[in-house]
Ligand binder design. Structure first.
Ligand SMILES: [Zn+2]
Ligand SMILES: [Zn+2]
Length: 98
């Protein structure tokens, strides 16, 4: 999925760096150690609620790419479920009308 930079705050790089520093450059999900000086495995920062503009510490988690992908998949599944539930609710509403 291409990353839409415009959806991120201007100081996102700094925020992400701070979250990774706070996590000690470990993946907070599987505990895989990353290091600024060792390239290769990238430590990423994930938004728990899926909103790139919500950059509060509680919404951010440092994760390796593998764990990040897993969390994104879960998030998409949850969002899809929410959408279906909303649609069903809407249908229930319109059922009696039409
Ligand atoms: Zn991980
Ligand atoms: Zn993410």
């Amino acid at each position: 999925m291409p990353m839409n930079r415009s959806k991120y705050p201007d100081d996102w790089e700094e925020i992400a760096e701070r979250i990774k520093d706070k996590a000690g450059w470990f993946c907070q999900v599987c505990g895989f150690p990353h290091s600024k000086s060792i390239p290769g495995r990238t430590l990423t920062v994930h938004h728990k609620d899926g909103d790139p503009m919500n950059c509060s510490d509680e919404n951010l988690i440092a994760a390796c790419q593998r764990c990040h992908l897993k969390m994104e998949a879960q998030l998409r599944k949850r969002k899809k479920k929410e959408m279906i539930e909303k649609e069903q609710l809407l249908m229930r509403f319109t059922d009696g009308v039409f």
